[in-house]
Design a protein around this ligand. Structure first.
Ligand code: PGA
Length: 249
């Protein structure tokens, strides 16, 4: 049985004050979360504070991005070892906003995935098609291409220590959630593709759904066979909403 994982992606939101109160709220509600493991991914600058506030709790934390480089002249970047210094357990790589707004290519995402793994940080690898690609009927090709970049660099076994998040770009922040069937179809395709290479890894790898998941649609999405959790943007910014999703898992 794969454990359900619910990960918040705060994106570029929050302040010292709002994050402190969000984390207090989440910690206070964790006793009612029975099945899901819970992670929050925070903007870099708040990671030390998040680490401190979560030190005595079962909530894990991650970063939203990472440099593919180990160290050196990369102004403005944050390395895996820096994230390690604060005990960061997870990092989102290849989020569609990184791909579409910052020009991150499949190969860059694969290098970031490799850098995280090398440092013992679990990558949450985001895959997903745009609306145009879905309408053209090339969803599977797009997701396969994005996944292949990582598999070619790091091998299928690497997924044993990683998480995948299927996030259709058209569903992110739009309120237009994929139906449970639409999401399940792509999750099944991803797991099947991995199974063709390594059945054991395919059985174990957690595949999260992301894209307007909220308290009212989480239960149905999470009940699908190949949906093992969620990557939550907007609904992760309020403790009550986030906890409702965690409890649905
Ligand atoms: P959303 O974002 O839940 O606000 O749609 C999800 C994500 O971008 O990870």
């Amino acid at each position: 049985m794969r454990q359900t994982l619910v990960a918040g992606n705060w994106k570029m939101n929050g302040s010292k004050e709002s994050i402190q109160s969000l984390l207090s709220g989440i910690k206070a509600g964790m006793s009612d979360v029975k099945n899901a493991a819970v992670v929050v991914c925070a903007p870099y600058i708040y990671i030390p504070m998040v680490a401190e506030q979560l030190a005595d709790s079962e909530v894990s934390f991650g970063a939203e991005n990472i440099s593919e480089h180990e160290a050196g002249a990369f102004t403005g970047e944050i390395s895996a070892s820096m994230l390690n210094d604060f005990g960061t357990e997870y990092v989102i790589v290849g989020h569609s906003e990184r791909r579409s707004l910052y020009g991150e290519q499949d190969a860059d995402t694969a290098k970031k995935y490799a850098a995280a793994r090398k440092a013992g940080i679990k990558p949450i690898l985001c895959l997903g098609e745009s609306l145009e690609e879905r309408e053209q009927g090339v969803t599977e090709e797009v997701v396969a291409r994005q996944l292949d970049a990582v598999l070619e660099l790091e091998g299928v076994e690497s997924l044993a220590d990683a998480v995948i998040a299927y996030e259709p770009v058209w569903a992110i922040g739009t309120g237009m959630t994929a139906t449970p069937e639409q999401a399940q179809d792509v999750h099944k395709f991803i797991r099947g593709k991995i199974a063709a290479m390594n059945a054991d890894v395919a059985e174990k790898v957690q595949i999260l759904y992301g894209g307007s998941m909220n308290a009212s649609n989480a239960k149905e999405l999470l009940s699908m066979e190949d949906i093992d959790g969620g990557l939550i943007g907007g609904a992760s910014l309020k403790a009550e909403d986030f906890l409702a999703i965690c409890k649905a898992g």
